[in-house]
Every structure is written in C-alpha cells, then in structure tokens.
Design a binder for this molecule. Structure first.
Ligand SMILES: Cc1ncc(COP(=O)(O)O)c(C=O)c1O
Length: 375
C-alpha cells in the first residue's frame, strides 16, 4: 500500500514556534520573542477571547447559527451577498475550496516566486500543475501587471498576494483589473489579501461587489464594471489575531458563488472560530491598534536596521542580511532570544523577514539583529 505519487509535493515550512525553540536552546519561553510567522503581537481582541470562552460549552454541537451569522455579518461589511462569502478553516482552507471549484486534473496555476507556498501545494493536492512568475529583488519585487502577464500562459488560477509575503509590496487595483482584463475568460485572478487590513489601500473586493461612488478610492480610475473572474481571500489570522482558531474566507463573484455548497467541507469553520470572529468584528479599536503599531514598526525597522529593507504594506519587513547569510543570521539572532524568519526556504538565502511586533519587541529585534550583523 502506498499513497499516490507525492514526489512533486513539498511540505509547508512554518515559522518556528516559541516552545520548540525554547526547548532546543534550553531557554525560558518567556525570554523569547517570536517575530517569525506574521502573527498579531497583541493576541486576539478581549471580546473574541470572551466569546470563545463562552462558546466552549457548546463545542459538542455542530456550528450552524454562528456560521450563518458570521457569513451575513461579513457580507454586509463588504457589500456582497451572503452566498459570495465562502467561510473556511483559515485562508488556507479558502484556497483549497477555490482549487476544488476551479481545477480539473492537469489544469495549471500561476504563482509568485518568491511567494506563499500553500498556493502551489493546494493546486497539487487537486491534481493541478504549478507555473511561476518571478519577482526580483533588483526591481524591489515590483508587483505590476506586466510582471504577471509576461509569464502568463492561460493558467486557470493566477495568484496575486497583496500585500505580498515575504516582500511586503502590493498591487494597485488598476494592476489587478488589468491582469483580470488581459487574462483569458477561464482564468480566475485570486487576490490574497491576508494582510489587507495593514495596507493603506482599498480591497480588490470593490472590483467584484456593488459599490456606490463613496467607496471609490483614489487609485480606482473611472467606472469599472463588476467582474466575474476575481476572487479575494481574507483572514482573521493577522490583524484580528486569531491565527490559532483558523478562520478565513474567500469573497467570490455572485455568478458562481453557489459552487461553495458543492465544494465546502461540512461546517467549514468551527463554532469557536465563528463566535470568536463575530466578536472580533465588533472591536475596531483592537484592529486599529494592531495596524497602527505595525505601521510604526515598519518605519522603525527601515530607519534603524543596519541592513537594506524593502517598503512593506503588511505586518512584516524583509531585510537583506548579505549573500547566503540568512540562515546563519537567523540562528544567531535566535540564540539571542528573537525568532525571525529565515527566507532561504522562499528562495531568498540573503533575506530574513521580521514580523512587526509590539514597540518593545520590535526595538529588541532590531537591536539584536544589528549586533549580529556587526559581529
Ligand atoms: C500570503 C498569505 N496568504 C494566506 C495565508 C494563510 O493564512 P491563514 O490560513 O492563517 O488564514 C498566509 C499565512 O501566513 C499568508 O502569508
């Protein structure tokens, strides 16, 4: 007995956890700072914690009302119909639903490299092929329509990450619209806005939802027609601080939104996740604090780190620590108690990625990194 041929599949490499590193280095976990997985340093909103605690007693029942309520709440928020809101077990789960809905065996997808590994993994699970478009440090990992379209060859799904992980850059809405316009009728442009709350920019959801003029943003030029070939991914894992409960969603065009019923895992998001998500949506202050602090941290890192960085729009900053040095630098900083992301697995052996922490955590990360770089 063997599983199917999985030789083309790669295992997801997550950022290292505090417990794991503490054990390895024989350190007290409380002395470690983890800035490796783009989590929210403030944790979840207290309102979400309370809602999850209250929901614990209902954990024996399948989630029904909470799933419906959260779907309705998000649909209202984004000015789309509830059918367009595909709740999932994290953004990753939403990526899987879109793969299930779109890919026939042998269909290809186009993913950014460097980029978020799960796009290709999900496509392969669904018997898809993976092609890449290349982002280069030489032009600041520029996210333009031309970069994507020059490598486009009729793929079924084109993934755009905005803000991008790990570079931090973003696509303009004009670029997204141009890519959708220039790609074939059967190509879905999937805009991953996992870090969307941190970007001072409108969501691509505006390209597929009804908008009144007051929603139009400065970089949305002219009147766009609604598109049926763009979907947008969002998550509660980052600005809402709920990575541990696994809650995300895709917003899809109305025309084919009913596919959800045929591809979703029954009870796609858990009772605890839905209750936590509903409560988190009531706490704007928590999101604002998270976003503001990330903005401060990005500036602090640009200004104080003794290494070149790229302008970022998420809760992360990519830094160039020297040719082939990323692993050694990340290890040395880790021994000093700060866990950063070695970007060698992204194909960037000269880069580390620093998640924006609290002010204290960010200052410590920069201090330790500078010490290591100077030694
Ligand atoms: C670009 C990007 N997309 C999607 C995700 C998935 O997030 P989650 O499954 O936690 O919602 C991540 C997680 O780090 C990410 O970096």
């Amino acid at each position: 007995m063997e599983p199917r041929d999985l030789s083309a599949h790669i295992a997801y490499q997550a950022g290292r956890g505090i417990e794991e590193v503490a054990r390895e280095l024989d350190m007290d976990p409380d002395d470690l700072v983890k800035l490796a997985s783009n989590e929210n340093p403030f944790g979840p909103s207290p309102a979400a914690v309370e809602a999850i605690r209250n929901a614990a007693g209902n954990a024996s029942s399948y989630p029904k009302a909470s799933h419906t309520d959260l779907t309705a709440r998000l649909a209202e928020r984004w000015n789309v119909t509830p059918e367009q809101m595909w709740l999932a077990n994290g953004g990753d789960g939403a990526l899987d639903y879109l793969s299930r809905a779109m890919l026939d065996p042998g269909d290809a997808v186009l993913v950014p490299t460097p980029g978020f590994a799960y796009y290709g993994m999900s496509a392969r699970y669904h018997h898809g092929e993976v092609n890449e478009y290349h982002l280069s440090p030489d032009d600041g990992f520029a996210l333009t329509a031309e970069t994507v379209l020059s490598d486009y060859d009729g793929e079924r799904i084109v993934y755009l990450t905005s803000p991008h992980n790990p570079s931090g850059g973003r696509f303009s809405l004009d670029a997204v619209a141009e890519i959708a316009e220039e790609t074939g009728d059967d190509t879905l442009v999937l805009v991953d806005e996992a870090y969307g709350e941190y970007a001072d920019a409108p969501s691509a959801i505006s390209l597929l939802s009804e908008r009144d003029d007051s929603d139009a943003s400065p970089d949305v030029s002219g009147n766009r027609t609604e598109r049926d070939d763009i979907a947008v991914l969002r998550t509660f894992s980052k600005a809402y601080g709920l990575a541990g409960v696994r809650l995300g969603y895709a917003v899809v065009p109305e025309e084919w939104a009913d596919a959800y019923a045929r591809v979703n895992t029954p009870f796609a998001a858990s009772e605890l996740a839905c209750r936590g998500g509903l409560a988190a949506l009531t706490d704007d202050e928590h999101v604002e604090k998270s976003v503001e602090t990330a903005r401060w941290a990005r500036e602090y890192i640009y200004d104080n780190l003794d290494a070149p960085t790229w302008e970022a729009h998420g809760n992360l900053v990519l830094a160039d620590v020297g040719d082939g040095e990323a692993s050694a630098v990340a290890d040395a900083v880790q021994e000093r108690g700060v866990i950063l992301r070695d970007c060698t697995s992204f194909g960037l052996p000269n880069c580390v990625r620093i998640t924006c922490g609290t002010k204290e955590e960010t200052r410590r990360a920069v201090r330790e990194l500078n010490e290591v770089l100077s030694s």
